[in-house]
Write a protein that binds this ligand. Structure first.
Ligand code: HEM
Length: 398
């Protein structure tokens, strides 16, 4: 390795560790930066300005999405087109908000409780719980349990890393193999379900009903591509958010006690706030990427006004926005009474997370099963293999 490369890697590692401090300085001295064809936007107001203008700041994921599906795009990779509206609308008919109370919540609560009880006092929260619950939810609710539970979760995770993190040929190779295996599995599952229809009311069954009545955008490959996108979006994200929340509570024993009290009386609304605040202080990602489609001046008419050139890659730093004291009072403090606009974990604007309402039930449901236990103790620090945590071992009274 050359000296410069070594230095660059060390600098990046240092910067990643100190992002909150770096963003805090930038928000004051240079809130919007343009550098070598890239732009970074750090204040709350400007981050929302970028994410609100989807026709100028466009999603950059289409090329990789097409490799994952071996052809068609998935709606997160689309601009605001007719096809985007069609595909999101179709999937919203299949993944309904009313399912949250009738299907999602009972399934998540029961599955999480069963797993924690069966582990008899010692569990690796990530390997045995936070990865497993969303994978099983997809099995039950979508009708696609995967060819093997652990491999299915691994496949979703590596495809996520490929789609949303910087290019890495090793990651690409693994992700494209995982994509092929996932496509084959879903093709088979769809074909079998059509051959042997069942009465089970799940997302795949609903998609096939939409197909039967001739709904545009619901051919077998369309259904498969929509499902791949949702599966990738659902598993690694949920796992990381639940693990990070628990880890934050273990780092702050007085908060852990409060959260346990909320869990024991099933105060789900308060548990949502514990999740939101823990993630605000330990965010899922630094920000959201966009490509600038035409020259644009952000924060026009202010001292921080900055011209972003067509073609620039832009990072709308949601992590920084959620710490911006101009919008978020006492941002370094953990407070359970913040309004919901304080949070951008699930994005902002056109592409706001499709699973946002599921998330606010599933993540609290997973952590609640742990928080209800007595004598909770973390055995070792949470282990992380960037970009995902891989192990968090805890003990409790069995
Ligand atoms: C639990 C943690 C989750 C986090 C932190 C998360 C985060 C996000 C973020 C930040 C975006 C916006 C991306 C962008 O604008 O570039 C997004 C979009 C999306 N998420 Fe999630 N997500 C989570 C869970 C889920 C789940 C459970 C599902 C599926 C049921 C899902 C499906 C999607 C889809 C399909 C989009 C694209 C929406 C669109 O293009 O309109 N996500 N998510």
């Amino acid at each position: 390795m050359t000296k410069e490369k070594n230095f660059e890697e060390k600098l990046t590692a240092w910067a990643l560790k100190h992002l909150n401090e770096i963003f805090a300085v930038l928000r004051i001295i240079k809130p919007n930066i343009v550098f070598k064809g890239n732009a970074l936007v750090t204040r709350f107001e400007d981050v929302t300005e970028i994410l609100d203008r989807d026709w100028i700041f466009q999603v950059p994921y289409a090329e990789k999405m097409r490799k994952v599906t071996d052809g068609g795009n998935f709606f997160l990779g689309m601009q605001n087109t007719e096809q985007y509206t069609r595909d999101v609308s179709n999937m919203r008919i299949a993944v309904r908000r009313e399912d949250i109370d009738t299907i999602v919540k009972p399934f998540v609560d029961n599955t999480s409780t069963e797993i924690v009880n069966a582990a008899s006092g010692k569990i690796d929260v990530i390997q045995q719980l936070t990865r497993v619950v969303p994978t099983r939810l997809i099995g039950e609710y979508f009708g696609t349990p995967g060819w093997n539970e652990a491999e299915f979760a691994d496949a979703a995770t590596i495809m996520f890393q490929y789609l949303f993190y910087p290019d890495d040929p090793k990651v690409e190779e693994k992700a494209l193999n995982a994509a092929m295996q996932t496509r084959n599995y879903l093709d088979q599952t769809i074909a079998e379900r059509k051959k042997n229809p069942t009465d089970k009311d799940d997302v795949l069954g609903r998609c096939l009903k939409l197909q039967q009545i001739g709904t545009p955008g619901m051919k077998d490959t369309d259904i498969r591509n929509n499902l791949i996108g949702l599966i990738i979006g659902a598993i690694p994200t949920t796992s990381k958010c639940a693990a990070v929340t628990l880890n934050h509570l273990f780092n702050n024993p007085e908060l852990l006690v409060q959260a346990q009290q909320a869990a024991r009386v099933d105060d789900d609304a308060q548990l949502i706030q514990f999740v939101q605040e823990s993630l605000r202080l330990n965010p899922f990602a630094a920000g959201i990427q966009r490509i600038c489609a035409e020259d644009y001046t952000v924060a026009k008419g202010t001292l921080r006004s900055t011209k972003i050139q067509k073609g620039a890659r832009v990072l709308a730093a949601t992590q920084s926005a959620m710490m911006d004291g101009r919008k978020i009072k006492n941002p370094k403090q953990f407070q359970l009474d913040r309004p919901s606009y304080s949070y951008m974990h699930f994005g902002f604007g056109l592409h706001t997370c499709f699973g946002q309402y599921i998330n606010l039930i599933q993540i609290p449901g997973i952590i609640k099963a742990v928080l209800k236990q007595n004598s909770l103790r973390r055995i070792a620090d949470m282990a992380v293999e960037e970009p995902f945590p891989i192990s968090l071992e805890i003990t409790y009274d069995s």
